[in-house]
Design a protein around this ligand. Structure first.
Ligand code: NAD
Length: 470
């Protein structure tokens, strides 16, 4: 298959090309188009030309096309999932889950009613909050869940009447290009554009004066650069960045019930999830039993090529991240006691054994930084106040979880955690109608839900003399 850029409704070859590596084998398995700076500018110009007509089109038409895209993605789900496994590494079942969730996300926003809000209508005034699209949105996505991250940005952006220029991560461009090609058949020319890069053109997008909004998911370090560019023109932006989510176990928790959930939340997608559990705090009295259970469960995880049956964890997506995770394994051995995993798995792929680390101090870098890999540090505590202080002391504020017997105690702790979302006795329960976003260094703004789609609009308050007084 040819993987082309999508510019102005046309599939166009790249000025450069990009080799795509399968992280489970280390082999280059596909080559795709890669844009240069001129092609990025051409995509922005095409999106700009398409904007007025798209914004003026009936909302029902925009919804119909989003539904058509969802239908097409669902119809080709297996092929897309296989492509996703090949470029990203996650197990096939998880890849199917990502593809189908993306189709469902498109349908949710297709059905979303974005109506003007009347805030006052009496003899003194009629005041309406009118919502209009912003213009060309730059959509920049990471490599851990490339399809879902794309869907949760294009769905609200297009439904609200914006046009888009999408740029996937350089190591996972193929699924985005494949969906871009579908969009070229469904949407009017220029409404959806897709460019790729060699991790070198993101700032061309964010610095371009024709960009009306930036929607970015990625690391906090890159998010800072995006924000600096946005500051030049006060460009509105949504930043979904890194996290260091804590699982806090209270002293009345049931270890047998809780341990599988904590481990699952830490190891999903080999730990490469922004909302993955990245550290666990366990009371002294439960510590040994919890560590033993977590280590036992980690040993049961089947690591391998996501296309093979029975595999429950894939590789680290790219070599740079793999080296970073190996560095965290060294820290784990130096600062704590490894009770499961602890090594890279031999072979050409970027495989790392699911790792659990105990007897680790809360100021170890494995605890204070974002590892973004399958290593779970477990920290013992005696005073819940210390735990809350440590968790809130992090520069990150994305998510977290509390595990308890008495839910009212869990809710009381949850209310004191300074993150965008906290789950109690559950994990990663994400809904399209519930806004999600980080605080502090984990981001600005939210995605999903009403708040999510409103962030792709400008608000104009129209305050008029009531007809009766005119
Ligand atoms: P990254 O920041 O390196 O890359 C993200 C995207 O930004 C890629 O498309 C990349 O090409 C692009 N980019 C690189 N330099 C840029 C620049 N100067 N200007 C604009 N764009 C630029 O992040 P990553 O390594 O792909 O992803 C991992 C990180 O993403 C982790 O920290 C993780 O926590 C975070 N993440 C957050 C969420 C969330 O919703 N909060 C979701 C997934 C991942």
């Amino acid at each position: 298959m040819q993987y082309s850029l999508v510019v102005g409704g046309e599939l166009v070859p790249g000025a450069r090309s990009l080799d795509v590596v399968n992280p489970a084998t280390g082999d280059v398995f596909a080559t795709c188009a890669c844009a240069d700076a001129e092609q990025v500018n051409a995509a922005i110009a095409a999106a700009g030309s398409a904007f007025s007509a798209w914004a003026a089109s009936p909302a029902s038409e925009r919804s119909r096309m989003l539904e058509a895209l969802a239908d097409r993605i669902a119809a080709e789900a297996e092929e897309l999932a296989r492509l996703l496994v090949s470029e990203q590494g996650k197990p096939f079942g998880d890849a199917m889950g990502e593809i189908m969730a993306s189709a469902a996300m498109l349908r949710y926003f297709a059905g979303f009613q974005l109506e003007d809000e009347v805030v006052c209508d009496d003899e003194t005034a009629r005041i309406v909050i009118h919502r209009a699209p912003l213009g060309v949105v730059a959509i920049i996505t990471p490599w851990n869940s490339p399809v879902l991250m794309l869907a949760n940005k294009i769905a609200p952006a297009l439904r609200a009447g914006n046009t888009v220029v999408c740029k996937p991560a350089a190591s996972t461009p193929l699924t985005t290009l494949a969906i871009g090609a579908m969009c070229a058949e469904i949407f009017p020319a220029g409404v959806v554009n897709v460019v790729t890069d060699a991790n070198d053109l993101g700032d061309r997008l964010t610095a371009n004066p024709a960009i009306a909004k930036i929607s970015f998911t990625g690391s906090t370090a890159t998010g800072c650069k995006v924000m600096a560019n946005a500051a030049q023109r006060i460009t509105p932006l949504t930043l979904e960045l890194g996290g260091n989510d804590a699982a806090i176990v209270l002293d009345d928790a049931d270890i047998e019930a809780v341990a599988p959930q904590i481990l699952g939340a830490a190891m999903r997608n080999a730990g490469q999830v922004c909302l993955a559990t990245k550290r666990a705090y366990v009371p002294e009295d439960l510590y040994d039993a919890m560590c033993d259970k977590l280590a036992e469960l980690a040993g049961e995880i089947v690591v391998g090529n996501g296309l093979e049956q029975g595999v429950s964890m894939g590789p680290i997506q790219n070599r740079t991240q793999y080296e970073k995770v190996l560095g965290f394994l060294d820290i784990a051995k130096e600062d704590g006691r490894v009770i499961a995993g602890g090594e890279a798995i031999d072979g050409p792929g970027n495989f790392i054994a699911p790792t659990v680390v105990r007897d680790i101090a809360s100021d170890s870098r494995l605890v204070t930084e974002e590892q973004f890999g399958p290593i779970l540090p477990v920290i013992s505590y005696s005073d819940i106040e210390d735990v809350i202080a440590q968790v809130n002391g992090s520069p990150y504020g994305l998510g977290g979880s509390i595990w308890c017997g008495d839910v009212s105690r869990g809710l009381a702790v949850a209310a004191r955690i300074e993150t965008g979302i906290v789950w109690v006795n559950k994990y990663m329960d994400l809904r399209f109608d519930v806004p999600i976003g980080g605080v502090k260094s984990s981001g600005v703004g939210v995605e999903m839900g009403r708040e999510g789609i409103l962030s792709y609009t400008r608000r104009t308050v129209i305050n008029s003399q009531p007809a009766s007084a005119a």
